[in-house]
Design a binder for this molecule. Sequence first.
Ligand code: GLV
Ligand code: MN
Ligand code: MN
Length: 404
Amino acid sequence: MLNPDRFISDLHSLRQFGASGIGNGVVRPAYSEADIAARRWLANQMADAGLRVEVDPMGNLFGLSEGPSLLLGSHSDSQPEGGWLDGALGVVAALEIARASRAAGGPPISVVSFQDEEGRFGVTTGSAVWSGNLTQSAADALTDHQGIPLRDARNAIAEMVTGTVDPSHFSGFLEMHIEQGPTLDTKNERIGVVTEIVGIRDVKVTFKGEQNHAGTTPMHLRRDAFQAVSAFNTLLNDRLRNVVTPTTVWTIGHINLHPNASSIVPGQASFSMQWRDGDADRLNRMEKIIRETAAEIAEKNAMELSFGPLLGLEPVEMDPKLQASLVEAAEAVVPGHWRKMPSGALHDATNVARLMPVGMVFVPSINGISHAFEEDTSEADLVAGLQVLARAAGVHPVGSSPVG
Ligand code: GLV
Ligand code: MN
Ligand code: MN
């Protein structure tokens, strides 16, 4: 039988690795000490549950059932400032379901925690490599914001690596996740059955101007890289207006200003430019506008302009049969309190969809907050999600009566 108390307790245990900040905050970026310690702990839980532990060269951690099975899971790395549920929820729910099913003689269930879903190096890097969406050598050349190449960072997990894991072991993939947005919380709904995941593009942009003295350099002679970023941002917001819809989003979330000192006109600015939408054509049109706007600003402000590699994922639809199983399970567990919805956040499910049918289920995020220490979900909703996921995975009996 599923054990909701053990599931909640495991979530709190996993949170101890990298526990930080206020509330249930976590700092557990890919390949950090906390991430590796968490993977070791998870590997022990998988082994105790009777699963065969395998770790691929990226550090994706699998707990394999005997024989072919459904794969359940998510990721256990975090953002530089993250919450305790983003990714961890799907991994711990998978573990509980695999353990309960095995103990009850139910269907075999395998478990995965993908590596670097949060994109220290790229975009959902671990599942991108496992699925063949990105080659290992292309991934290895990616660098984090400190300039560390993934090739070097993944040495930290080398001791755990057992080899590659064959996707043909799995008949499908189900991922449970927090919504990370306000829809379910504001509508008082308990479960979201995901219909599709939006696409994303991400590129690093660099303006190189001229470093100089902030007191003596006349304004008209400056080639100030921060002023270029500022002008780019303003012009871009204006230019995108005719192309975007109310659900399109774009973000400059990281910036390196060099040398970042009060009395120096900054000579160089490198920043992340990320945009997301459910329509691949719109993503492409936005890319054109972004590149043209940056070129125009570079010209006007006497900057050298360069772009890093364009990273991205295409929008994907969830498998209709898995959606139907999740809908049936949601109606059984929280009758009338669920909806179908798209995902504006990225997930490993996007990559895994290249290999097998995938489905996703959401539980509410309190106040719609995520990628922040304040991220949380009520225990009742966490348990409802666990029950929906188990039922959709064919793990019975799971207590099909409606959840409080
Ligand atoms: C993944 O966490 C994302 O950025 O959506
Ligand atoms: Mn996540
Ligand atoms: Mn995330």
